[in-house]
Design a protein around this ligand. Structure first.
Ligand SMILES: *Cc1c(COP(=O)(O)O)cnc(C)c1O
Length: 220
């Protein structure tokens, strides 16, 4: 179920001209990434640390790519990620944020992150619940070396994308609720191939598109 890149950009722009596409290239070849880059795409997201680092290396000639890390991140792999990615979308616990903060301070940098929310309370997914976020937000905000740039969510997969809308609305409202305390909380990373237009309508700043851009993913 691929569409042409130009069609996707056009449809997205009609829904929300401020929404940017993050091309999710996990398990896809570097040739496919080069092809999309040649069509003007610059933001790419990867999920698996080793695969991502290999691709960063193989594509380092494309110096204007902005790499994002969107996969589940184990604390022991933080050292390979901090400083190599523009934005980490998948910060799903206070402890992980602490480890990123420590690593960033060690390297003298500042790592941009998003906080991942698990709004449907799914056991299979990581992420803050609304309650845990509320109780940890001020401690999170006081960590040095990280900049919390926004929120990310991955709602359950529905047959009908409309069913995902309440989750996107919820993320938008949570962001607004904290934005006076944390004015740098601007990004909303939400929406994938199946529901990106709904997410854009609800204020997504980044939609994470894999299948619709690259075709079915090879199995890992
Ligand atoms: C794989 C992945 C996507 C892309 O999903 P598609 O359905 O292929 O668009 C988006 N977000 C995350 C966190 C992913 O792991």
């Amino acid at each position: 179920m691929t569409s042409s890149f130009a069609d996707i950009q056009k449809r997205l722009h009609e829904c929300n001209p401020k929404t940017q596409i993050l091309a999710v290239s996990k398990l896809q070849s570097v040739e496919k990434i080069r092809q999309l880059h040649s069509q003007g795409q610059r933001l790419f997201g990867e999920n698996y640390v080793q695969e991502a680092l290999d691709k960063l290396d193989q594509l380092k000639d494309l110096s204007d790519i902005q790499w994002h890390f969107i996969g589940r991140l184990q604390k022991n792999k933080v050292k390979f990620v901090v400083g190599h990615f523009h934005l980490i979308h998948s910060v799903d616990s206070f402890e992980l944020a602490q480890v990123i903060s420590r690593k960033a301070q060690e390297t003298g940098g500042r790592q941009k992150i998003l906080l991942q929310l698990n709004l449907a309370d799914e056991a299979s997914k990581g992420g803050f619940s609304e309650g845990i976020l509320e109780s940890s937000i001020s401690d999170l905000a006081s960590l040095s070396g990280i900049e919390i740039c926004g929120l990310m969510t991955m709602p359950p997969l529905f047959e009908n994308p409309e069913e995902a809308r309440p989750f996107f609305k919820k993320l938008f409202n949570i962001r607004n609720q904290y934005s006076s305390r944390l004015p740098q909380l601007t990004h909303l990373s939400m929406g994938t191939s199946s529901d990106y237009l709904v997410a854009a309508e609800e204020g997504a700043t980044l939609v994470r598109l894999g299948t619709i851009l690259f075709g079915e993913r090879p199995v890992k």
